[in-house]
Design a binder for this molecule. Structure first.
Ligand SMILES: CC(C)(COP(=O)(O)OP(=O)(O)OC[C@H]1O[C@@H](n2cnc3c(N)ncnc32)[C@H](O)[C@@H]1OP(=O)(O)O)[C@@H](O)C(=O)NCCC(=O)NCCS
Length: 193
C-alpha cells in the first residue's frame, strides 16, 4: 500500500481534477479578487471558523499560505473553477496524518453558485483522489451542527455523523459546537466501485 507522505512528496504540482462542470486546480496570485469575493461574503462565512475577509490583502495572504502549505505538503487547498477558469470556491484536504491514513475535508462556494450540486461535484473529485491516489483510509469533516447545507453535502457523500464536540470554536464571542463526520475508504468503494 502506498505511503501517503511519499505520494504527496512525489507530486510535481497541485493535482488538477476535472469534473463535468468544474475543475480543481492550485490557486494563482491573480485569483485573489475572486477568492476575496467568496470569503468576504457574510453568508458564506456564517458557519466558518473565522470572520469574513475585509480587504483584498487577506485573500492575497491566504493564497500565499496555500502555496506555502502545498510546498510543505501539509495542505492541498484547491480552488474550484468554472468552465471559464473563474474561481467560484475552494475545496481542501488538510491535517494529513499519514501514519493513520487520514485527512480532513473542507469546502466553500460563492453564494450565487449554491444549490446546483457543485459542492457535491467538487468534494467528490477531492475525496475520490484522496482515496485512490493517497490511499487514505478515512476522511473527516466537521461542521457547525446548524449548517444544514454542509450536513446535506456530507450525508449525500456517505459521511456518517460521529458525534458533537461542544463549544469547540469561537466565532467572535460565541463558542460554537462542532459535529464530526467520517467517511471510510470502504464506504466510498461500496458506493463508487
Ligand atoms: C455548504 C455548501 C458548500 C453547499 O454548496 P452547494 O453547491 O449549494 O451544495 P450542493 O448543491 O452540492 O448540494 C448538496 C445537497 O445539499 C442540499 N442543500 C444545499 N443547500 C442547502 C440548504 N441551505 N439547506 C438544506 N439543504 C441544502 C442540496 O439540495 C443537495 O441535496 P440533494 O443532493 O438531496 O439535492 C455551500 O452552502 C457553502 O459554500 N456554504 C458556506 C461555506 C460552508 O459552510 N462550508 C462548509 C463548512 S463545514
Amino acid at each position: 500500500m502506498a505511503d501517503p507522505n511519499s505520494v504527496l512528496n512525489d507530486l510535481p504540482g497541485f493535482p488538477q481534477l476535472q469534473g463535468p462542470r468544474i475543475r480543481l486546480r492550485g490557486p494563482r496570485a491573480e485569483d485573489a479578487a475572486a477568492v476575496f469575493e467568496v470569503f468576504s461574503d457574510p453568508a458564506v462565512m456564517r458557519y466558518w471558523s473565522s470572520t469574513p475577509m475585509r480587504e483584498l490583502a487577506q485573500a492575497e495572504g491566504r493564497i500565499a499560505e496555500i502555496l506555502e502549505g502545498f510546498t510543505q505538503r501539509r495542505l492541498i487547498n484547491w480552488v474550484v473553477v468554472d468552465r471559464g477558469d473563474a474561481v467560484i470556491g475552494t475545496c481542501t484536504l488538510y491535517n494529513f496524518v499519514a501514519r493513520h491514513r487520514r485527512a480532513e475535508l473542507g469546502y466553500a462556494l460563492r453564494s450565487d453558485c449554491w444549490g446546483k450540486g457543485l459542492a457535491r461535484e467538487a468534494t467528490t473529485l477531492a475525496i475520490d483522489w484522496a482515496f485512490r491516489a493517497l490511499e487514505l483510509h478515512r476522511i473527516e469533516a466537521d461542521i457547525d451542527p446548524r449548517n444544514e447545507a454542509s450536513r446535506k453535502v456530507l450525508e449525500r457523500l456517505g459521511f456518517a455523523s460521529e458525534g458533537v464536540m461542544r463549544q469547540r470554536f469561537f466565532i467572535g464571542d460565541d463558542a460554537t459546537d462542532s459535529e464530526i463526520f467520517g467517511l471510510l475508504a470502504g464506504d466510498w468503494a461500496a458506493q463508487h466501485g
